[in-house]
Write a protein that binds this ligand. Sequence first.
Ligand SMILES: Nc1ncnc2c1ncn2[C@@H]1O[C@H](COP(=O)(O)OP(=O)(O)OP(=O)(O)O)[C@@H](O)[C@H]1O
Length: 280
Amino acid sequence: MEISQNWSKISPQLHSSHSLEISQGERGHLLAVEMNDIKGAAETKIEIRGLNKVSDKGDSILKSVRVDIPRGVIMGIIGPSGSGKSTILRALNRLWEPPKNTVFLDGTDICDLDVLCLRRKVGMLFQLPVLFEGTVADNIRYGPKLKGKKLSDNEVYKLLTLADLDSSFFYKSGGELSVGQAQRVALARTLANEPEVLLLDEPTSALDPISTQNIEDVLVKLRKDQMMTIVIVSHSIKQIQRIADIVCLLVDGEIVEIIKPDQLSEAKHPMALRFLQLSS
Ligand SMILES: Nc1ncnc2c1ncn2[C@@H]1O[C@H](COP(=O)(O)OP(=O)(O)OP(=O)(O)O)[C@@H](O)[C@H]1O
């Protein structure tokens, strides 16, 4: 059973109304999301078309996941443990290799792209930051250096600022940092590759509320100032409500709701309501 969430229909070239249309069919609980007020949402950045994954034992991990992610939005993915959230995220930069013709970046099948080039364009941040040996500056310079580019001190300072870190961090080593600070360095290191898409897998679950807010502020700024497309997996409904434009609810490998975070209470799927109740 395939869900048809045809986000391309929001393109103004194709349709005058910018609504995100969802074929109801058997999935009557899926709600149409009005996209009019989401700046830049008319352009599709990532398309996922019928993505399936079956485990070695034959269990279905992803079931015909189909969704278009508009450019310049923050999409939150929520769902119970084991529902396939990380698997989807990992498919988007081929940490898990999706089948051909299932994931497209700007209309190109990501399987046809050079994998390192893809991962520069589609950067990823994990739950726990792992910094390389050396200074914070060395970490930030790492990605560009692989391409033969040495970032100037000034460029490193700019990236520190972008990740909400002051200049005193430049010469610090990873061991001197808190987890929250290290996460922001990991973010600066990812941003040094000038990604167009940022994938985040529970990036603040190990952080205190202030560090969490620092990261959230940076994400919102990146979306606003650079029209970056951001996909974030989070167990915190409150976090999703604070920063996301759109939320996808995944249950047992299927997308069962795509909805605006402030409309979660109108969601029809019982799991959406349960999530909401538990978070309040
Ligand atoms: N390489 C693998 N081989 C077999 N099963 C896997 C593999 N990777 C993930 N799975 C299974 O796929 C399902 C989805 O896993 P995934 O990590 O994507 O879920 P999740 O929603 O991100 O969970 P959580 O919230 O706990 O992180 C789980 O049942 C998991 O055990």
